[in-house]
Design a protein around this ligand. Structure first.
Ligand code: B3K
Ligand code: ZN
Length: 882
């Protein structure tokens, strides 16, 4: 029995399974309402396990219609069966035995999208984390690895394509209108990597020759007619395969690699062995329908799932507490891939923006948990930005601490030592400790202590001694279940810039271990002295975001401007501009609340305008610099008693001030950054579009007339520009006739393309102001909305709750009550989706009192509803308690 009973799982309770699973043979007779699954499982009892111990298999909403032991029916008194479990007694003491289990399932009515379900007429599976138990009774845990043979039988006319993991063995017609196909996966794998897809789909084919000469067939399956839109995904796949060989020395290991794009999917994609299943949003792209962000996402996710073949599949997790072992590491790998394919600095800025926007609030709120949690009720709720993004940052810090050569040796050792195993974070870290001779035990606190460390810094320069002293203090805030914390090992990259912009080279660094430009902060408080510094330096701290921390370092705007102009690390330049902007935005918010005018520091305006106009910098970087901290960033900085309306207004006024001051530069950029040829999705062209659109945004901020944006909308020849113009129209001129006309034109043009309609829904759901809720309600009644499709729900309801601070946080609480009703409705069909959207309320305690009390009431309403799923009840209870 599991979470339905409110059971809590603990890391310390881990014990290996009593029975070893040797082989799995599955036969599926597919039918939408009545699929028959026959599982033949060969087990033997693990050495030393008490012969009296029964075999207990997991199930979830299963109906069993047959059960045999070595081909003989098992008598009633030798087994117990419920929809949730199957227990077998009187099994052989040590000899292998075969259990045959027949289950009946109904893919068509599986609205949870876990296990075997139907999407657009296609059979498809999702088994991670615990979906396989919705197909058959099984030891459904990641440390049970077995070799699978899969036979699929289906109607040939409606279901011509029959796919599963591994290599294709063969298939044939069966003479009764049905046909079958057989697949064999030689690589032992856990059940969560099982996949089956069957239906009628189009295909794009290519091939890849591995470094050692293996020819791999590549296939991407999409809805008929959408094949041309899979070209970019195919290209990204081939680049990923080559990159993993070149950078990590990892080759692909089957004769075929398949990707299937489906339109109903609970997340981005899934790395099933040899048969990745993707949300079609992360496969399909062409200039007409996809933005530059879509292209970048496709490239990153294709790479991510492919990279899992080694980090996740060949080496998997011992238990689900170790999820970051595969996810954090694989995110790190896909980040590095994108950095190599695009611009490293721009990629790093985007990563840090995302980390701060998503992970920092999680770590600072009631849902905070360690990168490796030690307890859970519902594992699906731990596919979090902490496990993924902070997990990646922890891997990045290992690379920073060790340097590239030792990091590579550690990775090589990990691959060599653990290939074919299900392992733990300790196993992973031990490889790096071993190759470097470093004690990583204090560093490992990053896996076990939740909360974003706060580092406070201050510096003094002694001209007589030519010495610069940097005082550093660290504090890790309390989080649920962890009231006190130990000091962490924090790698802080630092630069000291001299007046002429060059970098000071210290003769000595005392008081801390330093390797290259990395300071190893390991104590609560440390004083670092740099000697041989000829004049007062300007400090650039946490270069490259070397540690995922909050930094408290009061630097005069002039110093930050110096960093913004001269740092060799472009990321640090961006960080400095942000550090100039933030106090302006926070002070502006206080001014709005007090009815005072918002003032904007000249240094900020100068830094932004200078970066915007600096032709020596790449356009994508300049665009990133122009994007001021978001409203959510400002709210996080303020921390408590936040008023989203005041934040919105303050930011609007700061943007308008910059827009007025930089009018000429922005006007020039809109011209200069015009495309000089047909659309291409490469990073450089995307960067020009990003800068042009950022400049256009500032132009619009200083304008009262929607006509120029309406013109930009009409003139756009690609989705990036079109969507940006539409967003500016909606957000800046929500009531203008031009905006209504543009929304109608967009809808008419793309009404048959659900993925584009998601953008149309999102733009409207994110339009600021109290009117957003009525707009969202109206759109729910639109024929193009579909409450059963996760992408549609996320685009409309998810965007409203996560990305519309003023609309969602209406002072009268209507936004929260709306969300509560939606959560309960969605939960009845798809608990995972409901739980995910509910996390939009995770920062409710930071709101000012009136809003906070409305939010609490809405959360209580959810908590008290009958028949909550374990997913939603776990989230709502933690959000209310923490
Ligand atoms: N491993 C999957 C996520 C599965 C989520 C299950 N609730 C995708 C990925 O991280 O690559
Ligand atoms: Zn992953």
């Amino acid at each position: 029995m599991r979470t339905e009973t409110g059971q809590i799982f603990h890391l310390e309770d881990y014990a290996p399974a009593d029975f070893v699973l040797e082989r799995v043979d599955l036969t599926f007779e597919l039918d939408p309402k009545d699929t028959k699954v026959e599982a033949r499982l060969i087990f033997h009892r693990r050495d030393g396990v008490d012969p009296a111990r029964p075999l207990v298999l997991d199930g979830d909403e299963l109906t069993m219609t047959g059960l045999m032991l070595d081909q003989v029916d098992i008598p009633a008194n030798d087994h117990d069966v419920t929809p949730q479990s199957l227990t077998l007694r009187n099994l052989p003491e040590s000899a292998p035995f075969e259990v045959t289990i027949v289950t009946q399932i109904a893919p068509e009515s599986n609205t949870k999208l876990m296990g075997l379900y139907r999407t657009n007429g296609v059979y498809c599976t999702q088994c991670e984390a615990e979906g396989f138990r919705r197909i058959t009774y099984f030891p459904d845990r990641p440390d049970v690895l077995a070799v699978y043979t899969v036979n699929i039988i289906a109607d040939k006319a409606t279901t011509p394509l029959l796919l599963s993991n591994g290599n294709y063995l063969g298939g044939a017609g069966m003479g009764d209108g049905r046909h079958f196909a057989a697949w064999f996966d030689p690589h032992p794998k856990p059940s969560y990597l099982f996949a089956l897809v069957a239906g009628d789909l189009g295909v794009v084919e290519d091939s890849f020759t591995t470094a050692s000469g293996r020819e791999v067939a590549l296939k991407i399956y999409v809805e008929h007619g959408k094949e041309p839109r899979a070209a970019y995904a195919m290209d990204a796949l081939k680049r990923s395969m080559r990159w993993d060989e070149e950078v990590f020395g990892r080759e692909y290991d089957l004769d075929i690699f398949m990707i299937v794009a489906v339109s109903d999917f609970n997340m981005g994609a899934m790395e099933n062995k040899g048969l990745n299943v993707f949300n079609d949003k992360y496969v399909l792209a062409d200039p007409e329908t996809a933005t530059d962000q879509d292209y970048a996402n496709i490239e990153a996710i294709i790479a991510h799932e492919y990279f899992h073949n080694w980090t996740g599949n060949r080496i998997t997790c011992r238990d689900w507490f170790q999820l970051c072992l595969k996810e954090g590491l694989t995110v790190y790998r896909d980040h590095e891939f994108s950095a190599d394919q695009r611009s490293r600095a721009v990629k790093r800025i985007a990563e840090v923006r995302h980390l701060k926007a998503e992970q920092f609030p999680e770590d600072a709120g009631p849902l905070a948990h360690p990168v490796r949690p030690d307890t859970y009720r519902e594992i699906n709720n731990f596919y979090t930005t902490t496990v993924y993004e902070k997990g990646s940052e922890v891997t990045r810090m290992i690379a920073t601490l060790l340097g590239p050569d030792l990091f590579k040796r550690g990775m090589d050792l990990y691959f060599e030592r653990h290939d074919g195993q299900a392992v733990t974070i300790e196993d992973f870290v031990a490889c790096f400790a071993e190759v470097s001779g470093r004690d990583l035990s204090q560093f490992s606190l990053w896996y076990t202590q939740a909360g974003t460390p706060l580092v406070t810094a201050s510096g003094t320069y002694d001209a007589a001694r030519q010495a610069f002293t940097l005082s550093l203090e660290q504090m890790v805030p309390p989080t649920p279940g962890q009231p006190t914390k130990e000091p962490m090992h924090i790698p802080l990259r630092v630069g000291l810039l001299l007046e002429d912009g060059s970098e000071a080279k210290a003769q000595r660094i005392d008081g801390i271990e330093a390797t290259g430009d990395v300071l190893h902060l390991t104590e609560r408080s440390q004083t670092v002295t740099f000697t041989g510094i000829a004049s007062r330096p300007v400090v650039s701290l946490n270069r490259g975001f070397s540690a995922p921390i909050n930094l408290h370092f009061e630097q005069p705007p002039a110093d930050l401007a110096h960093v913004a102009l001269h740092e060799s690390d472009l990321f640090a330049r961006w960080q400095a501009v942000n550090a100039i902007a933030m106090p302006n935005l926070v002070a502006g918010t206080a001014a709005v609340a007090a009815g005072r005018p918002v003032e904007c520091d000249a240094t900020l305006i100068e830094a932004l305008v200078a970066a915007a106009g600096d032709a020596g910098l790449e356009p994508a970087f300049r665009a990133q610099t122009l994007a001021l901290p978001s409203e959510a960033d400002i709210a996080r900085e303020i921390g408590r008693d936040t008023d989203p309306d005041a934040i919105h207004e303050a930011r609007r006024q700061v943007v308008a001030a910059v827009a007025r001051a930089g009018h000429a530069v922005f006007a020039r950029l809109v011209d200069e950054m015009r495309a000089d040829g047909p659309f291409t999705p490469d990073a450089q062209s995307a960067g020009r579009r990003a800068l042009r659109n950022a400049a256009l945004g500032y132009r619009v901020a200083a304008e009262e007339d929607p006509a120029p944006v309406a013109d930009a909308f009409a003139a756009a020849d690609n989705m990036t520009d079109r969507l940006q113009a539409l967003t500016l129209l909606c957000h800046r001129f929500p009531e203008a006739a031009e905006t209504g006309a543009a929304l109608d034109a967009f809808r008419r043009r793309f009404e048959t393309d659900a993925l584009v309609i998601d953008k149309w829904l999102s733009v409207q759901a994110s339009t600021p102001g109290a009117g957003a809720l009525e707009r969202v309600r109206g759109l729910m009644g639109d024929g193009l909305f579909n409450a059963n499709n996760p992408n549609r729900v996320r685009a409309l309801i998810g965007t409203f709750a996560f990305s519309n601070p003023t609309g969602f946080n209406r002072a009268d609480g209507e936004g929260y009550r709306f969300l509560a009703a939606q959560i309960l409705d969605i939960d009845g069909r798809n608990p995972q989706l409901a739980a995910r959207i509910l996390t939009s309320l995770r920062s409710w305690r930071a709101l000012e009192e009136t809003r906070a009390s409305h939010a609490r009431a809405a959360l209580r309403q959810i908590a008290q509803a009958p028949r909550l799923s374990p997913d939603v009840s776990d989230i709502v209870e933690r959000i209310l308690k923490g």
